[in-house]
Design a protein around this ligand. Sequence first.
Ligand code: HXC
Length: 270
Amino acid sequence: MPPKPFVAPIVDSKSVFLPNIFKGKVLFCTGGGSGICKAMTESVMRHGANAVIVGRKLDRLTESAKELSEATGQTCIPAQADVRQPQQIKDAVAKTIATFGRIDFVICGAAGNFLASIDGMSENAFKTVMEIDTLGTFNTVKATLHHVRATQGAYIHVSATLHYKGTPYQVHVSAAKAGVDALSAVLAVEEGPRGVRSNVIAPGPIGETEGISRLKNHAEESKRGYPLGRIGNLKDVANATVFLFSDAASYVSGQVLAVEGGCEHMRSFQ
Ligand code: HXC
């Protein structure tokens, strides 16, 4: 009988990290109203931090902030802002400082995506995603840096793996995320001497996200299989977040941590 195929366990970060490692810390997360960034925020809050989630849709942010507060016993507040607008991000930072007095951790996660070929994409469509993902990250870093220096805190930028190769219909996101990776490396080098760390998390295929439902053909993927026996889970990204913000990662900066289960290394014989 063939051995039972291995399936990687889905782990709760509290079974690995102490529950209070982020007590007294404050997280500022763009794109935190839904999906991967919401799960990342929840994981940081579960270890004792309070949080501000930033996005364009106030209704969704307000609902998510309530859910996150109830689920974790910490305080999460919404701040409405479009990351493309520097003043709006500055206002969200001011709200954070007025409420909590500090910023220790920043997740730059606000992103836009859709499928379109180069030929079929307008200049404005390309520019829109560059502005949300790359310029939005720059704006967020600029607005928060002074406060993150004060706490000798850390950044996590949410990128992707699709720009490592030519992914069709993703020229805008590929260019934008390559820019995010580069920005993080520069930030790590410039701000390291002030005690600030900057890293990237590059999620691979993660189930139950808007990205995967828009971009991936599930049937195709499951035929090919996954090296660790399953598609990624939001908890996988959340656990990497807790690690990178924790003191266990105090010598980890300027890195890209791809949370993708080895999928990038798989080659099909056909
Ligand atoms: C072609 C499109 C399009 C589409 C919009 N555009 N959708 N072009 N195909 N499906 C064009 C518009 O026609 C317009 O160009 C330009 O893009 C700007 O569109 P707007 O709707 O005016 O912009 P805006 O309201 O700011 O919306 C931004 C958005 C939107 C990116 C277009 O979809 C969005 O904000 N989505 C956020 C949610 C999201 O996508 N999350 C998933 C991220 S997943 P013209 O020329 O007509 O003016 C992710 C992970 C990737 O990033 C990795 C996964 C594996």
